[in-house]
Design a protein around this ligand. Sequence first.
Ligand SMILES: [Zn+2]
Length: 166
Amino acid sequence: MAKEDSEKVNPCKCGVPESAVADSHIPIIFDKTTNEFQLTYAVEGVNGSGSMMFYYCPFCGGRLPKSIRDTLFATVTDSETRRLSRLTRHINSIKEAINEFGEPDFDSPCVRGVSSVPSDTKSTKFEVFSTITYYNLSDTCDVEFIDYGPDGIGKNFTGKYIGDDN
Ligand SMILES: [Zn+2]
């Protein structure tokens, strides 16, 4: 279903998602920060968990509350993205990033699900990549370097969190 059609779907009024959230045996949560109903799952092999957002009620097919995720992060302009691309263009490894920008503000391996079939959790393999993040290279975004090993280095410019912390 196209995104613009979703407004035409009646909102969920069956109450099942709310009861599911209240029942600790059912892996459905409501994330107040993002205003999203989510399916949670354990990630095999690593000590972690993931979640997937529901757009529609899995029980009655009604529309679920609109996510406010977009409003929680600063908007990154095209010119800022271009500036950061230029700034990091010559960086080809985590080591080069540290040589250039100094010690990172955050250094934590990141777990990514790798799957050739989107949303097919059975064929999803989870891999762990070294990841470092700088908070001070930009006013609006955090700059993240991900070491994909033989596949090279990934660079992410993600809008800074601007939501309330509670
Ligand atoms: Zn419903």
